[in-house]
Design a protein around this ligand. Structure first.
Ligand SMILES: [Zn+2]
Length: 321
């Protein structure tokens, strides 16, 4: 290839509009049929305004390289579709069978192997693959995200690719198609008032990190042992443990409130209940395996009923009562 500059463009949800076949992945039955999803690619509508942009780049001597996570099993179908819609390109890379790497790792690998030393001018990527956008930012490569269809999608005859400048200053291109075009303006305003999905994901991560730190701090204050596991497991387990001990505290307050009366009614029974609670709490305090907390997360909540149910099931299971 003579070109010293390239543009990288994805296929599914970027150059081709895939809403009509997403039901193979997201459905009420919870079945993810990737084969059928890929096989239906021949019926995609092309993102014509984006193709115009790519054609302009090619006219300026910049090569357009299509790199897609779509399976190479539909290579013929993909080439036929590109030809049918007269989409010009200078290279096509589809995911080889058995390659299940995350999108960013897979695409970065193709670029490193085939385009070392060549300047990547821009990457067009679907906002479903935020890892690619994150990688591009790290590499100082401009990345334009293509959002999901914002129209009602029932008809694909009316189609527009709209430029949205989000509140975070990132620009995202959104396809709009469907009959109901009078709401498009409202949707555009709504989108531009919020941050892009990449920034939303970063904010969410930051929020989770804060929550974990807070939970770790509270666990230390309480004298709980550090958890063991991967960073991800520990982060998750720490917030579960925090909720669980929130429930424990509520049970302890409840014990204080009812103790006098329960003691009067049936001292032996009340003694065994209190012992059961005490030993179940000790048991909880001793669990340092993050995976244990994750496996037992259901029912670990910061309220009295959940706390009582949790402690009594531990006490029963361990024979404390
Ligand atoms: Zn943003």
């Amino acid at each position: 290839m003579l070109s010293t500059e390239i543009i990288i463009c994805g296929l599914d949800g970027v150059l081709s509009l895939i809403e009509h076949r997403l039901h193979y992945l997201n459905n009420d039955e919870g079945v993810r049929d990737w084969d059928k999803f890929h096989m239906a690619c021949g019926d995609d509508m092309p993102n014509l305004p984006l193709i115009d942009r790519l054609n302009q780049a090619r006219a300026e001597g910049i090569a357009v390289i299509l790199i897609s996570g779509r399976s190479a099993a539909v290579s013929d179908r993909t080439r036929a579709w590109l030809e049918q819609w007269q989409i010009g390109y200078d290279g096509l890379y589809l995911r080889p069978p058995g390659n299940f790497k995350p999108s960013a790792e897979y695409k970065a690998g193709v670029i490193a192997n085939h385009f070392a030393g060549i300047t990547v001018r821009r990457i067009y990527e679907s906002d479903s693959h935020l890892d690619v956008a994150g990688w591009a930012t790290e590499q100082n490569i401009p990345c334009t995200l293509i959002g999901h269809n914002q129209g009602n999608g029932e008809s694909r005859e009316q189609f527009e690719l709209k430029v949205v400048n989000h509140a975070c200053n990132h620009t995202v291109l959104y396809p709009f198609y469907g009959d109901d075009d009078f709401t498009w303006g409202d949707r555009l305003t709504q989108l531009s008032q919020g941050v892009c999905r990449l920034c939303a994901a970063t904010e969410q991560r930051e929020e989770r990190r804060k929550k974990t730190l807070q939970a770790q701090h509270q666990a230390r204050e309480r004298g709980l042992p550090p958890l063991e596991g991967s960073d991800k497991q520990i982060a998750w387990a720490e917030t579960i443990r925090l909720s669980a001990f929130g429930g424990v505290d509520r049970v302890l307050r409840w014990v204080e409130e009812v103790s006098e009366e329960a003691e009067r009614e049936d001292p032996d029974y009340w003694y065994s209940v209190q012992q059961g609670i005490k030993r179940a709490i000790t048991y909880l305090e001793e669990q340092t395996d993050a995976k244990w907390w994750i496996d037992h997360r259901h029912g670990m909540q910061n309220h009295l009923e959940a706390g009582r149910a949790m402690l009594s099931s531990i006490a029963q299971e361990m024979g404390y009562m």
